[in-house]
Write a protein that binds this ligand. Structure first.
Ligand SMILES: *Cc1c(COP(=O)(O)O)cnc(C)c1O
Length: 414
């Protein structure tokens, strides 16, 4: 049946009931049974997100003159971010709608900076580890740039290989990338070594801290031996860090950060050539949801360093329980994870067969292809549910071992 706009409107309570009924078929994230897509920091944080989002839902970040409140919140979000990520004096940035947006804007900025330096853009390319996010490919496609994915180290660390990446660079390389951490393995690339390569070659190094930017600093404060991964490393020119992940902000909130005003100056669009009034936008978006900016600012102020440390500590403790639990079921952990993501593989049973079993037991998780492994992105709320996951995983391993696995379930993101 084709949906048509109803001739006359319907009552909200009827509409609401229908929407909630439809949501019954979705992944059960409120029951802790989803370890991808949703970051659940509990009811109190959710209440702040909702109230702050709603209070500024109609305001528009496109209009800083009309809404100085939003301009100030965005500025303070960026300052708080740079304070966490060792931004030097003069470092700056902007809020965007998400990680893909932040990465796209960082690439655009690096490209325009390269152009301003007189660099040849014929054959412009980005050199990145095989584990870097596909958002780089998407942005490179938009800007007609080449993506050069470099194999990871083969020493069992599953980290970026700075030497091989150095070799993949040429005079048309516009950006080198490291992840902190990458999504498939949850591991932090050797950013300091990548920084040394970038400095020696005069290249722009971007650190994709989309999923770790608001986690790793607090893990480090809690004593986790997180290596240098941010502007502390001199070669780092820009970073992407998503507030709508471990920043626990409402969705539609990320940050793209630059070491200096000079680098940043290649990002905004300051345009006049039309019939309307001049328009200056820091990023690609025109209209920008005031709610997303306000909710991010509110959650950061609600949690503070203490709140984030507590939540990230809970997530790390849950990850340690997962590590111990899956090892006792015969799994091997991929590399040495330190944050909230973990991948693990079984020497005897294929991860994708196990995935089908755990999926049938009601868990919406994900998989990593290289190496074939099960993947979890943990939230604070998972502390309450992880024993249930481990019990279901044990049952899944037994079903696969006994040849009693159900039909294959393909793990895809969309
Ligand atoms: C989530 C993620 C992205 C993309 O962010 P979106 O908000 O989904 O667009 C990029 N890089 C890494 C490492 C991520 O985890």
């Amino acid at each position: 049946m084709v949906a048509t706009l109803p001739e006359t409107g319907r009552a909200w309570d009827e509409i609401e009931a229908e929407m909630l009924a439809r949501g019954q078929g979705d992944a059960k994230w409120r029951d802790g049974k989803t370890a991808v897509y949703v970051f659940n920091a509990g009811e109190d944080v959710a209440a702040v997100q909702k109230a702050a989002y709603t209070a500024f839902m109609s305001e528009n970040g496109l209009g800083p003159l009309a809404f100085p409140s939003l301009a100030r919140m965005e500025k303070e979000v960026i300052e708080m971010a740079l304070g966490l990520l060792h931004g030097p004096d003069g470092a700056t940035g902007a809020m965007t709608s998400g990680g893909t947006d932040s990465i796209t804007m960082a690439i655009k900025t690096a490209r325009d900076y390269a152009r301003a330096q007189g660099k040849p853009l014929e054959g412009a390319n980005i050199v990145l580890p095989q584990s870097a996010h596909l958002a780089f490919d998407k942005a490179a496609h938009l800007m007609d740039m080449e993506i050069r994915r470099v194999p990871l180290k083969t020493d069992g660390s599953w980290l970026a290989d700075p030497e091989a990446m150095a070799e993949a660079c040429d005079e048309a390389t516009v950006m080198m990338v490291g992840s902190a951490p990458n999504f498939p393995h949850g591991l932090i690339d050797p950013i300091a070594e990548l920084g040394t390569v970038a400095e020696a070659k005069g290249l722009w190094l971007h650190v994709d801290a989309c999923v770790g930017g608001y986690f790793a600093p607090f893990a480090r404060m809690n004593g986790v031996p997180v290596p240098a991964f941010d502007f502390e490393v001199p070669g780092v020119h820009s970073m992407s860090a998503d507030l709508h992940k471990y920043g626990y902000a409402a969705k539609g909130a990320s940050t793209v950060l630059f070491r200096s005003e000079e680098l940043y100056s290649h990002m905004p669009f300051d345009l006049v050539g039309w019939s309307g009034a001049p328009m200056k936008t820091p990023t690609l978006a025109g209209t920008r949801p005031g709610g997303a900016i306000a909710a991010a600012w509110a959650v950061m102020n609600f949690l503070g360093i203490e709140g984030y440390r507590r939540l990230q500590g809970e997530v790390c403790a849950t990850r340690e329980r997962v590590e111990a639990g899956v090892k006792s079921l015969g799994f091997e952990i991929v590399g040495t994870p330190m944050l909230g993501l973990i991948a693990f593989s079984h020497p005897e049973h294929h991860a994708f067969a196990l995935y089908g079993e755990i999926y049938r037991r009601g868990w919406f998780t994900s998989v990593t292809k290289e190496p074939p492994s099960l993947h979890l992105m943990l939230s604070p709320k998972h502390a309450e549910f992880i024993d249930g996951y481990l019990a279901d995983l044990e049952a899944s391993v037994q079903a696969v071992a006994a040849g009693k696995a159900g039909p294959k379930v393909e793990a895809r993101y969309s």
